[in-house]
Design a protein around this ligand. Structure first.
Ligand code: NI
Length: 184
């Protein structure tokens, strides 16, 4: 069953997520519902807070067609199998190189902004089987990991966009907050 998405203005999006103590049926059911929600909404990543939960956990599924370097056309992460569930994730290292790219977020429908992210990241996380894993990610996958990890710390797309962009879409953001609060 898919879940409703919490949009900008919902206070849960500003909460700091709580570490997951145990991978139990509740967590497995949450992961399943998060995938159903993400695929229904056609996203490539989703954090637990976006469905109103505070577990330190997110999911990512980058389609093969999007996992390519713009310049060379080569796969960025050919060895990494999707989809991925990140429980208690941490970024443990990153490239010096920064990549500027367009980002959207299911909690900000219709909003896209350019955001600077590290081009490559190393991350550690626990998977749904309870194994601690490491991953070296590039490009859009690295961007998605950074975006979703931000969610777990209560940091949102609106905090990462340029002040100029934030002003430019100020009216849209205000309307979104108003709609969100009315629906709560
Ligand atoms: Ni997001």
């Amino acid at each position: 069953m898919s879940l409703p998405i919490c949009t900008y203005g919902n206070p849960v999006l500003r909460k700091k997520a709580e570490p997951v103590a145990e991978i139990n049926d509740d967590i497995r059911a949450l992961a399943k519902e998060m995938f159903e929600t993400m695929y229904k909404e056609q996203g490539v990543g989703l954090a637990a807070e976006q469905v109103g939960r505070t577990e330190r956990m997110f999911i990512v599924d980058i389609p093969v067609a999007s996992d390519t370097d713009d310049a060379s056309g080569e796969r960025e992460n050919p060895e990494i199998e999707m989809p991925l569930v990140f429980i208690n994730p941490e970024i443990t290292g990153h490239s010096e190189e920064i990549q500027i790219g367009q980002e959207g977020c299911l909690s900000f429908p219709g909003v896209f902004a350019t955001v600077e992210r590290w081009y490559e990241v190393d991350a550690e996380y626990t998977d749904l089987e309870g194994c601690r894993k490491t991953i070296h990610a590039k490009g859009l996958l690295a961007r998605a990991i950074q975006h979703e990890l931000d969610h777990l710390d209560g940091i949102l797309l609106v905090d990462r966009m340029s002040p100029v962009k934030k002003v430019a879409i100020g009216g849209k953001l205000k309307r979104l907050v108003k709609e969100t609060k009315q629906a709560l």
